[in-house]
Every structure is written in C-alpha cells, then in structure tokens.
Design a protein around this ligand. Structure first.
Ligand code: SF4
Length: 464
C-alpha cells in the first residue's frame, strides 16, 4: 500500500514569520503508516508545518518500504524525486535499514546526497536530524495538535500499533533483520492511545503488529495499569479492554495459537469484530516447516471449524505463497484441498518472489517464474468461487455499515455511498455500495439491507 501525505498548511497569526515546512512522503504498510503519523504528530507539536509540495518545503522526509523489490524501487524513486525537486532529504523506514552490495547503507550508496538515513520506528532519530538541518521553531502551537495526534487515515478509523519487530525467522521474510525482535508496548500505553483515538472520532481501531498473538511475550505478560486497574499485557486482555470502548475492533496478523480461542469468545459476544486476519501462507506441513512458520504444527482445519462453531459469523482473511522453493505439485494440490475445506472468506496469494537477504534464497528447488505464476493463478481461481459463495451469506440480511465515502454528482445530488461491513478491512477487503439516502454520513454507521453480492462487494439500501 502506498500513501502520500497531503496535509493542509496551518494558518499563522498576523505578523508571525512563516513556520519551517516539512514535506512528507509515506510509503509502505500500515506499520510504516503509524511511524509516519508519529513523526508528523511530533513535527506539528513542535510547530513545523507539513507541506503538500516539494517546492514549498524546506526539507523532505521520505518514509520508505524495503520489503519486496517493487517497493524498494518505488522508495528509491521517491527519494530521487524529492532530491531533484527539493534537495534536502531525510530518509527513514525499512529501506533505510538495508545494506547494499558493498556492505554500506543501501540508500546512502545509491543517493549519496541525502542528509541522513534511519531505519524504521526511529522517531527520536528522525527528529534529531530534522532539528539539525531545519532548526525547531521557537513558538510551537502545540494546542493545534489533536489529542489523538495527526492521522494519515480518515478520522473515523485508525491503526493501533501494539508492538514492533518479530521473534520469528520465516525463511522468506527480512522484517526481523530490519525491525529487530519483538518489543511490545505496555497495555496501559496502548489503551491510552486507543482512548485518545476514540475521543478524536475513530469509530474503528485496527490492531496491527507483526504477530498480534505474541503481544506481551517479550514483557512476560507484565501487569500494567489501565485507568488505575491492573491488567496483563497480553492479546486476550487487550482485546477485552478494547472491546469496552464501544467502537469496531479489528484484529490483524493473528497466528493460530490456542490463545486465539479466547478471543473468538469475545467475538461471539459482539465485543470485538468477528474478523480474523490469519496469515497462513501455506497448508502443507513440510512446506510450512521449510518456511519456518510460527504455529506450523497447529491443526488449522480443526481450529477453523471450532472457531466457526463458536462464532458462526466469523470472517477469516489470509494470505498465501504459491511456488515456494521445493514446493511439489502434490504439495500445491494439498494447499488447494486445504483451501476448499477451509472456505476462507478473503484471501490473497503471492507467487513466491525472492527477497534480498532472505534465507529462503538458499533453499534448493527454486521453481521457474512461470510455474510460480501459474500456481498463483490456479489458487486464485479456486478461491474466487469460494469467496463468491461465502459473501452471498450476507444477501437479504440487514447489517451495520461504516460509511467511508459519499459520491456526489456535479449538481450536488447523491450518487452512492461506499462503506464497509464487519467483514471488510479498509484497503484490503471488499466494500458495501449503498444507494443514496439523506441519512448517510461519512464516518457514521448505517443499517443497510443487502440486496446482492459479487465476488468482493455487497450492494444494498439504508433501512432507516
Ligand atoms: S512472523 Fe514471519 S513473516 Fe511475519 S514478520 Fe515475523 S518473520 Fe516475517
């Protein structure tokens, strides 16, 4: 996912000199987006303006992604563009932590004119470089920063990052080498941020991390305080606390450990959205082992069945990799059988692509690109029919929809609204297209009667 931050300029009091302006380019996943939000919040708190154009900026910060080759190329292009149009550039994010062929920093070797380079999750470091190259204004208008900080998402939903880094070492992934081992935020701190986001207008919180099920492991599930009450820093306790905030709570990157069963109970009670984003990646035990996946020994089909029994409306999203090195045709067929049996709702599949620095590159049995692509296509064909069948369960039902956008014609008349159901996370899942109605408001819930569905999206009308 790629986002570029376009922030309005703050109006200065009469007679004041112009505040220093920082241009900000935010690339990458929701975790990188949260890093961007923190840096922008800090910049605004210190009195910097955020400029929507390179030419108008005194300095540009580029938050990069370094995960796959396309993302690396996109980040390097963005840095080149910022250098050409502005000249003063600070680079942060995952690509900033990568080493080049000569053993030095990759970004600095390709773009030696950048002022500074940091890795991800480096608020203090980035601010230090900004202060050095564009000194801090004397009169910060801290009161202009909302309690929840500056968000790059719409006001009505926000990502809540609960930890950084990862203790696993999946063979295809370089995130631990870029972001380090798991560091969880104490539950009191996470809940204070969640409450501030809700007070700031968020109607949905999306919990993100590299491994949400592992939340608190590094802190030995230490007890912290939430509004004066002792609460352990652990996924189930966090889900329970968030479930009391009265907004949609959506859990991403949950690994199928036994502890997830307790969270399913909270979903069945309506405290947390009945939605689980579980990155299975494969189903065959040998391939999972070669991938060094967490929870690879779990009996996932049985677990999914039990989850659905406990919470029949559960939506499960997952991602898979087709054509991993050494994957045989029989192992791939095993994966397709898993797919048919698991009947997952939302699924993404990538043809395996080697990532610079990943240990999977050393594995024997690399498959030709055509085979990897062909398996991905076959996988998606099987899943398309399943997704179509699963989504049809919403037809003729009346459901809550959170409205994201309202489309208006040139004459000002309403054309349609676009929202999401409990089964749809923003950007990655489907949408609910709602016929025009005077009661529709962006960022508010509507009760919508669903009349039809296609493979990804639902269509319906407001019932009140
Ligand atoms: S769980 Fe595996 S894929 Fe996910 S961040 Fe950790 S090492 Fe990477």
């Amino acid at each position: 996912m790629t986002q570029k931050s376009i922030m309005p300029l703050r109006r200065l009091p009469a007679g004041a000199t112009r505040a220093p302006r920082v241009g900000f380019v935010s690339l990458g996943c929701p975790k990188a987006l949260v890093d961007s939000e923190r840096i922008i919040t800090q910049l605004r708190a210190e009195g910097y303006d955020i400029s929507p154009s390179y030419a108008d900026s005194d300095l540009v910060v580029v938050n990069t992604c370094g995960f796959i080759d396309d993302a690396v190329a996109e980040s390097l292009d963005a840095i080149g563009e910022a250098l050409a149009d502005n000249g003063k550039v600070i680079v942060t994010g995952c690509l900033g932590a990568k080493t080049g062929g000569d053993g030095g920093n990759l970004v600095a070797s390709i773009h030696p004119k950048v002022l500074a380079v940091t890795g991800p999750h480096a608020l203090e470091e980035v601010m230090g470089h900004v202060h050095h190259h564009l000194p801090k204004p004397h009169d910060p208008f801290t009161d202009l920063v909302p309690e929840a900080g500056v968000k790059l998402t719409p006001r009505h939903y926000a990502y809540l990052k609960i930890s950084e880094g990862c203790n696993h070492r999946c063979a295809f992934c370089i995130i631990p080498s870029m972001r380090g081992d798991l560091v969880s935020r104490p539950i009191g701190e996470v809940m204070r941020e969640a409450e501030a986001l809700v007070n700031g207008g968020a109607r949905e919180l999306l919990v993100i991390s590299q491994d949400t099920s592992a939340y608190g492991v590094d802190l030995k599930y230490r007890t912290d305080f939430v509004n004066g009450r002792p609460v352990r820093t652990r996924m189930v306790e966090l889900a329970r606390e968030l479930g009391e905030l009265g907004v949609w709570i959506r859990l991403h990157y949950v690994y199928p450990y036994p502890s997830v069963d307790e969270v399913i109970g909270l979903m069945a009670q309506g405290k947390v959205l009945p939605y689980l984003d579980v990155p299975f990646q494969h189903a065959h035990p040998r391939v999972l082992k070669a991938m060094k996946r967490p929870a690879s020994g779990e009996r996932n089909i049985e677990r999914i069945r039990a989850w659905r029994e406990a919470c029949p409306d559960l939506t499960i999203r997952s991602t898979f990799i087709a054509g991993f090195p050494g994957e045989t045709e029989a192992e791939f067929e095993y994966l397709l059988d898993f797919l048919r049996e698991a009947e997952l709702d939302r699924v993404g599949c990538f043809a395996y692509s080697p990532v610079d620095g990943a240990s999977a590159n050393e594995l024997p049995g690399a498959l030709p690109v055509e085979v990897r692509e062909e398996r991905r296509d076959r996988f998606m064909q099987v899943q398309a029919e399943i997704s179509r069948r699963r989504i049809r369960r919403f037809v003729k039902r009346t459901i809550d929809v959170l409205i994201d956008e309202i489309h208006v014609a040139d004459d000002g008349s309403l054309v349609q609204a676009v929202g999401r159901s409990a089964a749809d996370a923003p950007e990655i899942d489907g949408r609910v297209i709602v016929r025009p109605h005077a009661s529709l408001r962006v960022g508010e819930f509507s009760r919508v009667r669903i009349t039809r569905a296609d493979e990804h999206d639902l269509y319906g009308s407001v019932t009140r």
